[in-house]
Write a protein that binds this ligand. Structure first.
Ligand SMILES: C[S@@+](CC[C@H](N)C(=O)[O-])C[C@H]1O[C@@H](n2cnc3c(N)ncnc32)[C@H](O)[C@@H]1O
Length: 296
């Protein structure tokens, strides 16, 4: 089970905003059904962000919904295995709080035994040349030759702007996010179900990896696109961002990465090639042009 429900924030695919109590009750019903149908050994992944209420107060949905799952702990041995942070770099620029740049995936399993195929999703080591410095492993490479555990903070670009997977859906998740979960938590021919299918990112990822897929959505246009993407995936023709591609780092000294004179800060390049963006208390001297323009 791999899904991302509506966040009750008034998106066009939602009905009117409802109270948090009604939202939680509606989610409880769906979660109960998901727990019922997932096989022992199977997983439930609930990908959520924040609800924002009328006072611009945020409600973290993973915290809100955790108890809906926890109710199934005793009867179904439903256990939380990870609370994964998905970090991305684009989104609304908030004026009265720090801009939101992460969402969460709650990963639960049903039963004591469960599928977790770590070797399929290992990531490159940061220091592959590191060697043991004592004992029997002294002088030998100490890292796992298959790569490292990717951890519980995942960095994948969100599907905005010119992302190759962008469709008419306002909040689809990236296929690479679904791929990592599907590869690690299921085997070939397993069934991946998404009760809030959207444009079928989970289904497409499932098919790309030889799994079966099912899902539903209340918006017929999304389901049409989901079917089309599933077919493209089955024929190896789906456009998607490959997991092996590193997150894009803009090159220095291009028109887009050069700080204009009119901006009230400057950057300096450190010897290791990274950039320092001075904060208030260690602001570097402004260029004379910027000082004049800012009147300070
Ligand atoms: C956050 S989006 C999911 C996007 C999806 N992960 C993707 O990548 O395309 C939530 C989806 O839930 C759908 N939805 C809203 N209420 C629903 C309901 N009661 N039953 C099924 N789907 C619903 C919306 O139309 C929307 O597509």
């Amino acid at each position: 089970m791999l899904t991302s429900p509506p966040y009750n924030i008034g998106k066009n695919y939602e009905r009117d905003r409802i109270s948090i109590a009604d939202y939680t009750a509606a989610q409880q019903k769906v979660i109960d059904e998901c727990v019922r149908i997932v096989k022992p050994g199977g997983s439930i992944c609930w990908q959520v962000g924040h609800h924002v209420n009328g006072h611009a107060q945020i409600v973290p949905l993973d915290i809100l919904l955790y108890s809906c799952f926890q109710q199934h702990e005793a009867k179904h041995k439903l256990y939380l295995r990870n609370r994964i942070i998905w970090h991305f770099e684009f989104g609304c620029h908030s004026q009265r709080r720090f801009s939101g740049r992460h969402e969460v995936i709650l990963w639960f399993t049903k039963g004591d035994e469960y599928k977790f195929r770590l070797d399929r999703v290992r990531a490159p080591q940061k220091y592959p040349g590191k060697r043991g410095y004592r004992g029997a492993r002294k002088g030998k490479y100490s890292g796992n030759p298959l790569g490292k555990n990717p951890g519980d903070v995942w960095i994948f670009p969100n599907v905005k702007g010119k992302h190759i997977e962008k469709t008419i859906h306002p909040c689809q998740f990236p296929i690479e996010l679904a791929e990592r979960l599907i590869e690690a938590l299921t085997d070939k021919s397993d069934l991946v179900v998404d009760p809030y299918l959207g444009v079928g990112s989970s289904a497409a990822a499932a098919i790309l990896h030889g799994r079966r897929a099912a899902g539903c959505d209340t918006v017929a246009d999304y389901v049409r696109i989901a079917r089309r993407r599933a077919k493209l995936a089955a024929h190896g023709k789906l456009p998607y961002r490959p997991r092996s591609r590193l997150v894009y780092k803009p090159k220095a000294n291009t028109p887009l990465t050069t700080v204009p004179d009119t901006f009230a800060y400057v950057t300096s390049t450190l010897p290791n090639g990274s950039h320092l963006l001075p904060s208030e208390d260690r602001r570097l001297p402004l260029s004379p042009a910027a000082v004049l323009r800012n009147g300070s």
